[in-house]
Structures are given as C-alpha cells and as structure tokens.
Design a protein around this ligand. Sequence first.
Ligand code: KIV
Length: 281
Amino acid sequence: MRVTVSQIKEMKERGERIPMLTAYDYTTARLLDEAGIPMLLVGDSLGMVVLGYPSTIPVTMEDMLHHTKAVVRGTQRALVVADMPFMTYHTSPSDALRNAARFIQEAGAQAVKLEGGEVVAETIGRIVDCGIPVMGHLGLTPQSIHQLGGYKVQGKTPETALKLLRDARAVEEAGAFAVVLECVPAPLARLITQRAKIVTIGIGAGVHCDGEVQVISDVLGLFPDFVPKHAKQYSRLGDVIRQVAKDYSAEVKARSFPTAKESFAMDEALVDEVARALSSA
Ligand code: KIV
C-alpha cells in the first residue's frame, strides 16, 4: 500500500518530520523505497545531475515521463511526486491539467509539483479540482533562474519575505497539499511553517520545515560539478565509482578478471572435437 497525501498531512499534524529524496531511475528508487523514504520526487533536477544540462530549463515532458515511469516501477510504498517541466503549466490551466494528467495516467505518479505562488494559484486549483494532488515550490525556483539572476537565497528583505508568505498562502488556498521552500532563510521558513496548514518541505530552509528534500546525487556524493551549501554528502559514491573503474580496468588489462568463478566451463574434449570438426570442414 502506497503512502497517501492524507498520511503525509497527518505526519505534519503529529509533528513527525517527513524525509523526502529525489530519484530518477528504477534501481535507486527501489533502494530508497526499501529504506522507508515515504515520498520521492522525480525532480527536473535530473536535467543537471542525470542529463548534463546546465539548468532545468531544457527538460521536456518526455524526459520527465520516462524517468517517472522508472521510479514508479521501482517503488511499492513511496508516494511519487513528478516535477512538471518548464513551460508545461504556464500557457493555460487547461494545458497544465492535460500535462499533469499524463504524469498520473501514463507514468503512474501520485502527485505533481510545480513552481510559483500567486501566479500559478488558479492552475493549482484546476489540477487539484480534477483529483490530482499538487506540491508547490517557492523561494529559489530554478525554472526562473534567468529572472532570479542566479541560485541565490530568496526572501531576505521584508518585501520579498512578505511576498513569500503571500505566495505560500495562495498555494495553500489553491488546494496544494505541500510546498517546497528552497533556499529560504531558516527563521522565515519557520514562520511560514508555523502559520501554514500546508506541509512545508525545506531544502536550504533550515530545520523547522515539516520535512526535508535533497537531491539524491548530492547526498550520495555522486555529482562531480558542485555541492550546494544546503547539501550534506553522506557518502562519496563518486570516489567509489572512480576507484571501481580503475580497479576493473587494471584487472581486465592484467587478465586477472574474469577468473574461473565468473566464467562458464566446457569439457576440453568437446572443445577438441569442435576444433577437429572445423579443421576437417
Ligand atoms: O528538481 C528538484 O530536484 C527539485 C528539488 C530541489 C526540490 O525541485
């Protein structure tokens, strides 16, 4: 039985912190599911950490559907949230609804996530009214990177802090069940969390949000390009992979791999017979 949106809301009510991670493929999703992570995000961050783009902007619906299907196949229990890519929910609420529905119907996700506050409230309402749970995303919204002028902390002035509070209220009133707060000062994220009924999920937003999300490649120490300030590397899988590749390469060159253990035997007499048959043919 999968975790439901109601269960996520109940976790907030109980004061139980909600751990969330991104996942982009079957194997990782399966391991995170087995570890008991209740909510997985197929983030459009996959554009950077899986596909090698410089931002999330080039990510398409087809990219997201492809990876969401893999994550859904890898999970039995986790609630899977799919990120709606750039320009798939901006043109009109009807377009947004059509695209959101594809994540639920074709890919098997249980919810979608989209960026923005008051400006997308009508769109959120339309999607939720049709039975699709929505997670909002405020603060540093990477799809607006060109307008924001870089990956910077948001809401540091009284005006922008008030705007964030208004946006959080708009997302909540539109019917979203949760909202990501990305790169928001910790005291402001605490204020939003205290005032909101909606579940807040922080990333670079301090410890007072109802839950926390991180990009899986960051916590595994897998992404070589950079480590964001808000991320903690729980492992150095990048180093592990590099070392494995070097050891493998050395053993292949030295003919010490594969050994008999990794090979399939055949009676030498049979091999001789085949060789004789070949030479007399
Ligand atoms: O795309 C993503 O991974 C995200 C998280 C950083 C919240 O939106």
